[in-house]
Ligand binder design. Structure first.
Ligand SMILES: Nc1ncnc2c1ncn2[C@@H]1O[C@H](COP(=O)(O)OP(=O)(O)OP(=O)(O)O)[C@@H](O)[C@H]1O
Ligand SMILES: [Mg+2]
Length: 295
C-alpha cells in the first residue's frame, strides 16, 4: 500500500517556481527522506502535504485517497520551527493542541510519560531536545499513520539528535510511515530506507542510500584534511566538496590522481594532516549530480 503519492506537483511563489513537477511514492512502513540544500523546496513540499498550503497543479494521495481535510488527519506534522507556546506549560500546550485537533485528552498523559516530559515546565524552559520531544508529542496527539518531520534535528546536539532518530525509528517499528526533510546527509543515511535528492524544486535522484551511492560509479573520493591552500586550482579539474579544513575530491583513478592533488596543494603552501581514499557519501552523490555540496 502506498502511504503517500505525489504526482507532477507544481508550486509558484509569485514568479518563482519553487516546485517544478515533483513525483514521489512512499510505501506504508517506510522511512523516506527528502535530502537537499537550503532553498531546494523541501519545506514547500511538506507544507503542501501537511499544512494544506495551496499548490498550482499536480496530485496528492494519502493511502489512495485524495488529500482533503479528512485524509490529512492521518498525517502528524512536526514543522521546522517549534509550535509550542513558550509561556504555556508542557501539559497546557498538549491540552491546547488536543482541543484544536479534537484529539482525545487521555493521550496527553501517555505522551508525557512516553517522552518523559516535565508537565509543569513552561515550554520556554525546556532544552532544545525536550522542546523537540514536546513538538513530537503534539504531532502524535491523534495517532497519525504518517509522521512528517521538517529538519527534525537542526540545532540539536549529538545526543539529542540520536534520541530523535531513535524516536523516529520507534514510530516506524509500529508500522507507521515517516517522511522527513533534511539537509544532513548523515541523517538521511542513518535513518532512511529510501532517499529523494531534491534540488531547485525537482527530484534529481531517488533510491536506497546504496542505490544512490551506486551513481558515483567507479569514481573514488580522495579526502584531504589540513590547512589547505590551492583548492581553487584543483576545482578546474575535479569535482570538489570544500569544507573548513577538509576537501573531498572526485577522481576517476585515485592512484593516478593522488600525486597531482598532493603536488598542487603542497605547492600552494598547504599543511596536509591526512589523506584518505573514502567511500562515497550521499553528499558526494549530490555533488556528482549538481556540481556543488549540500550546505
Ligand atoms: N512564502 C514564500 N514566498 C516566496 N518565496 C518563498 C516562500 N517560501 C519559500 N520560498 C522560496 O522557495 C524556495 C524553496 O523554499 P523552501 O523553504 O521550500 O526550501 P527548503 O528546501 O525547505 O530550504 P531550507 O533547507 O532552507 O529549509 C526558496 O527559494 C525560498 O526562498
Ligand atoms: Mg526548509
Amino acid at each position: 500500500m502506498k502511504a503517500l503519492e505525489v504526482g507532477e506537483l507544481r508550486k509558484r511563489y509569485g514568479n518563482f517556481e519553487a516546485l517544478r513537477g515533483v513525483n514521489l511514492e512512499i510505501e506504508e512502513g517506510e522511512i523516506f527522506a527528502l535530502l537537499g540544500p537550503n532553498g531546494a523546496g523541501k519545506t514547500t513540499l511538506i507544507r503542501i502535504i501537511a499544512e494544506g498550503l495551496k499548490y498550482d497543479s499536480g496530485e496528492i494521495r494519502v493511502f489512495g485517497e485524495p488529500l482533503t481535510k479528512k485524509t490529512s488527519r492521518l498525517i502528524g506534522y512536526v514543522p521546522q520551527e517549534s509550535i509550542a507556546y513558550d509561556l504555556l506549560t508542557v501539559e497546557e500546550n498538549l491540552r491546547f493542541y488536543a482541543d484544536i485537533y479534537d484529539a482525545p485528552r487521555d493521550r496527553i498523559k501517555e505522551l508525557m510519560e512516553f517522552f518523559s516530559l516535565p508537565r509543569r515546565k513552561r515550554a520556554k524552559e525546556l532544552s532544545g531536545g525536550y522542546k523537540h520531544r514536546l513538538n513530537l508529542a503534539i504531532a502524535l496527539l491523534y495517532e497519525p499513520k504518517i509522521l512528517i518531520l521538517d529538519e527534525p534535528t537542526v540545532g540539536l546536539d549529538v545526543p539529542s539528535r540520536r534520541e530523535v532518530w531513535e524516536l523516529i525509528e520507534h514510530f516506524r517499528s509500529d508500522g507507521k510511515t515517516v517522511l522527513l526533510a533534511t539537509h544532513y546527509m548523515e541523517e538521511a543515511e542513518a535513518l532512511a530506507d529510501r532517499v529523494a535528492i531534491i534540488n531547485e524544486g525537482k527530484i534529481i535522484a531517488l533510491g536506497t542510500p546504496a542505490e544512490l551511492k551506486g551513481l558515483i560509479g567507479n569514481e573514488s573520493i580522495i579526502q584531504v584534511e589540513g590547512i589547505l591552500k590551492g583548492i581553487e586550482r584543483l576545482k578546474g579539474r575535479f569535482k570538489i566538496i570544500d569544507k573548513e579544513g577538509r576537501v573531498r575530491i572526485h577522481v576517476k583513478n585515485a592512484r593516478e590522481a593522488l600525486p597531482t592533488v598532493v603536488h598542487a596543494l603542497v605547492e600552494a603552501g598547504s599543511e596536509i594532516k591526512a589523506i584518505t581514499v573514502e567511500e562515497p557519501t550521499l553528499e558526494d552523490v549530490f555533488m556528482k549530480l549538481t556540481g556543488r555540496g549540500l550546505e
